[in-house]
Design a protein around this ligand. Sequence first.
Ligand code: HEC
Ligand code: HEC
Ligand code: HEC
Ligand code: HEC
Length: 467
Amino acid sequence: MNHQKKDAPMIEIRTLKTLKRFRRSASHLPGVTGLVILGSIFVFFTSCMAAPKSDHMKKRSGEILIVYSGNTLGELKPCGCAREEDQGGFEKRMSYLKKVRAGSENILLLDTGDSFKEPTRQGKVKAKYLLKAMVKMKYDAVMPGDHDFVYGNSFLKEQKGIPWILSNIEMEPLAGVRVKSFGEGLKAAIIAVADPDLLYGSRHSGDKIIPVREAVRSQLRQLDGESPDLVVLLTHMEREKALAFLDVEGVDVIVNGHMEKDTDPIDMEPVLKNGRIFVQPGPRGQKMGELTVMIGPEGKKSFEQKMVPLGSKIALDPEMVQLYEEYNKEVEDLFFASLSERKGKKLTVFATDKVCKTCHPKIHTTWEQSRHGHAYNTLRKINKAFDPECLICHVVGWNEPGGFVSEIDTPDLRNVQCEVCHGPALEHASAPAPGFGQDAKQACKKCHVKNHSPRFNFNKYWDTIKH
Ligand code: HEC
Ligand code: HEC
Ligand code: HEC
Ligand code: HEC
């Protein structure tokens, strides 16, 4: 987190009026009477749901399906390195949403933020496409998470058509509350609060940002006239902090997002308390959350929740495939635009596998037949051989002095070669000696990381490539 920097956005202080009484009285706290778990579907019943005060008496009943995402962390499309991790991506998300929309009418599509990841030029290009995709998906509310400020808030403003929401910071283009009305007169309100410590660091907290609880109360108060049938609170903070909002009168559903690292585990099981429900979206857009809220007469609510994996069986939406192609084209343009700069750093550091072959021919044959010997072609086949986010593990020395520049400039540095594991060997190749490159075992973990090689186990893997 680097929001303490001097280019951190200025935040206006919102004047808070004296708080009125809560919308619902505490004496109407509902109790939990049952929880049934059907496979991965959670069904919750609540009894004596807060009976609204007479002036807010509701006679509407019906069902609202909340579809929630978050923690996408730049995962426009999964890399495809490992089958288990080949889930999610916007091409599948769109197909999924079209199907859901065909099946139900009252849908509330929400995102809890942390859509972006790398503060790099490519990361920014990706962020632009992520938002383009989200506009096409017609989200109802999208809250920015701490990761989403990496390109500044002007970037958020430039991307038109996103229904941004954040209630505890008053800042363009963020709305404080959003209300959606459905066919049968049902109405849902959405409020969103982010932990200021995550957004700006403690240095900026305090007077510049409204304390989260106060922001929630003030928004609820402003909703009084609307009398929504469902109030959803989006939070962006650590789980423990967000769980505390289960005590807030007037809120029905809490959806909490936030991810520090893209390998952090996330508890996706719902928590029920006081007739309210708390859920979290999974990591990297691999699964979509579905929370059905059944609203009975006089506001009585029950919930059904499940996570839907966007696995390989879900078709790719053609419009999103095209959008991804556009992104890919921009990445390719960036690759060529940076070519001369990268060429300038040309140095000779690596001997290349061809040279090793002259003295270690048997080992070379073993290597050539392994998947390391074809790692570049793997990218080429899927039109990804110019994407730095892929090259880094599929060639020799990407981003290192003397490393891979391009297929044309450095054809001999394609693939996961000997020197990726044994280290640069120019010297060894001209004056060979035993004892060289023995730390090779340590190299695996640079690339065989959880998200790209979840089954990695040194002994098993080494066994298939040993030489
Ligand atoms: C000119 C011949 C030659 C070239 C070229 C060469 N090596 Fe060697 N390499 C040797 C010799 C000789 C040894 C010592 C073998 C021995 O005595 O066990 C050795 C040893 C090694 C060892 C250590 C083995 C051990 O247990 O001590 C590694 C690792 C190694 N080479 C990797 C490479 C790599 C990688 C390349 C290409 C970048 C390469 N070599 C190029 C001749 C060469
Ligand atoms: C520079 C990154 C990198 C390093 C370092 C690396 N690998 Fe790999 N490895 C890859 C890539 C990329 C692939 C997939 C290549 C392909 O199929 O295109 C792969 C594939 C493999 C496979 C084939 C897996 C399968 O399912 O068939 C094995 C086995 C393997 N690596 C073992 C190792 C071991 C053991 C080490 C350490 C001694 C190691 N790798 C170090 C990048 C790396
Ligand atoms: C952190 C390193 C890393 C990065 C970054 C990376 N890969 Fe990989 N890739 C691997 C490893 C390791 C494997 C082998 C995984 C295994 O079998 O355990 C692999 C395997 C693959 C495979 C082979 C899958 C198969 O079963 O045939 C494809 C395709 C692939 N990667 C594409 C990509 C693309 C596209 C990108 C960029 C979006 C990318 N990789 C980025 C490390 C990486
Ligand atoms: C994926 C990583 C990786 C790649 C790629 C790789 N090696 Fe190795 N290599 C190892 C590991 C690990 C060992 C075992 C080291 C040990 O036992 O400490 C090893 C051992 C060796 C040895 C010593 C063998 C012995 O008999 O002691 C030589 C020589 C060697 N490699 C040469 C090469 C050459 C040449 C290439 C390319 C053609 C290559 N290696 C590619 C990881 C790799």
